[in-house]
Design a protein around this ligand. Structure first.
Ligand SMILES: Nc1ncnc2c1ncn2[C@@H]1O[C@H](COP(=O)(O)OP(=O)(O)OP(=O)(O)O)[C@@H](O)[C@H]1O
Ligand SMILES: [Mg+2]
Length: 301
C-alpha cells in the first residue's frame, strides 16, 4: 500500500499510574458497543508495549465497537497512544495482545477493507494526482484506463478534477490531503482510518476540509475512526467521541454527539455544540493535569 508509516513517537517517559483515582468515567473502558447489529470494526482489549531498553506501555487495553457507517473520533493528550491504536487497526503494527476484527474476522496486516489517511502527506512526489490515486488501485483487476477513470472519479469527489495532471509540489497542503483522501476512498474500503489528517493545515483550509469530509461521509457512509487534537473538529464530524487517558492509553469517556445531520459550520455556535465541546475539553484537561505529578494531590502531613 502507498504511504505506510510508523506511529509518531512522543509523550512522557513515565507511565501514568493506572491504579490512581480517576474522576468517574461516563463509559467504562471495559467495552463500548455501538448500535445493534454486528459491528463493522471491533477492537478487543488491544494492548501494546513497545519493547526496547525501556519498554513503553502505550496501550493498556482498548475495547470499542464501531457500527457500519459510524463516525467515531479519538481524542486525548499527546502520547496517549492514539496513533499506535490507529496503526494497529490499520495492520501496520501488531498489538502485544488483543484483536482487531473487521466484520467479525480478525485482520491480518493491512487490507483494502481499510483506507488510511495520515497527517503528513504521503503522496509520491514524482507521480501526478491521478497517478497517485491510480497507483493505489494497482492491485485491482482493472485495465489502466479503468484505473484512471476511477482515479478521476475520486479526484472529482474531493473537488480536484482539474488538478489530475498536477504533481504534489504544485498542490497546496489541503489539496494534497484531498488527493490522499481520494486515494484512500478509491478502492472502496468499508473503513477509513484518519490520523490528524488536517493537523498540518491552516484554520481556514481545515474548515473547508471538515466540510468536505462531512459531505463525502454523508453521501458515501463509511465507517470512520478519526484521530484529532481539535475538539471542535471531533464534535462537528462525529457520532461518538472517545476520550483516552494518558499513556498507557485506555478509554476514559464516551460522548455521544446527537447533533442533527447534515451538519453545518453554523452549528458550532449552538449551546448544544458548545456544551459537548466543554465536556470533552474538561475530560482532556483533567488528564493533562495528571501529567504533572502531584498537581492534584493533597499535601501530606
Ligand atoms: N515505534 C515506537 N517505539 C517505541 N515507542 C513508541 C513507538 N511508537 C510510539 N511509541 C510511544 O508510544 C506512546 C504513544 O505514542 P502515540 O504516537 O501512539 O501517541 P499519540 O497519542 O498519537 O500522540 P500525539 O497526540 O502526540 O500524536 C508514546 O509514549 C510514544 O513514545
Ligand atoms: Mg499521534
Amino acid at each position: 500500500m502507498g504511504g505506510a508509516m510508523s506511529a509518531a513517537a512522543g509523550g512522557a517517559p513515565v507511565p501514568a499510574d493506572p491504579t490512581s483515582a480517576r474522576a468517574p468515567a461516563i463509559a467504562s473502558d471495559a467495552s463500548a458497543t455501538s448500535a445493534a447489529g454486528a459491528p463493522r470494526l471491533e477492537i478487543r482489549d488491544v494492548r501494546k508495549t513497545f519493547e526496547g531498553k525501556t519498554p513503553v506501555e502505550a496501550l493498556a487495553g482498548i475495547s470499542m465497537s464501531l457500527a457500519a457507517n459510524e463516525f467515531v473520533s479519538l481524542v486525548g493528550t499527546s502520547g496517549c497512544g492514539k496513533s499506535t491504536l490507529l496503526s494497529i487497526v490499520a495492520g501496520l503494527i501488531d498489538p502485544t495482545a488483543g484483536d482487531v476484527l473487521v466484520d467479525g474476522a480478525p485482520i491480518d496486516g493491512p487490507g483494502r477493507d481499510r483506507g488510511v489517511v495520515f497527517q503528513t502527506y504521503t503522496l509520491f512526489p514524482w507521480l501526478t494526482a491521478r497517478e497517485n490515486v491510480a497507483f493505489a488501485l494497482r492491485g485491482e483487476k482493472l485495465s489502466a484506463k479503468a484505473r484512471r477513470e476511477v482515479a478521476d472519479e475520486h479526484l472529482a469527489l474531493v473537488g480536484l478534477e482539474s488538478f489530475a495532471e498536477a504533481r504534489p509540489r504544485q498542490l497546496s497542503g489541503g489539496m494534497k490531503q484531498r488527493v490522499a483522501i481520494a486515494r484512500a476512498l478509491s478502492y472502496k474500503p468499508s473503513i477509513l482510518l484518519m490520523d490528524e489528517p488536517f493537523g498540518a493545515l491552516d484554520a481556514q483550509t481545515r474548515l473547508l476540509m471538515q466540510e468536505l469530509l462531512t459531505r463525502v461521509w454523508e453521501s458515501h457512509r463509511l465507517t470512520v475512526l478519526f484521530v484529532t487534537h481539535d475538539v471542535e473538529e471531533a464534535v462537528y464530524l462525529s457520532d461518538r467521541v472517545f476520550v483516552m487517558t494518558n499513556r498507557p492509553g485506555r478509554l476514559k469517556d464516551e460522548v455521544r454527539i446527537d447533533l442533527p445531520r447534515p451538519r453545518t459550520i453554523d452549528q458550532q455556535e449552538t449551546p448544544e455544540f458548545l456544551e459537548l465541546r466543554r465536556r470533552i475539553l474538561a475530560s482532556i484537561r483533567e488528564e493533562s493535569l495528571r501529567t504533572e505529578p502531584g498537581i492534584e494531590k493533597e499535601p501530606r502531613g
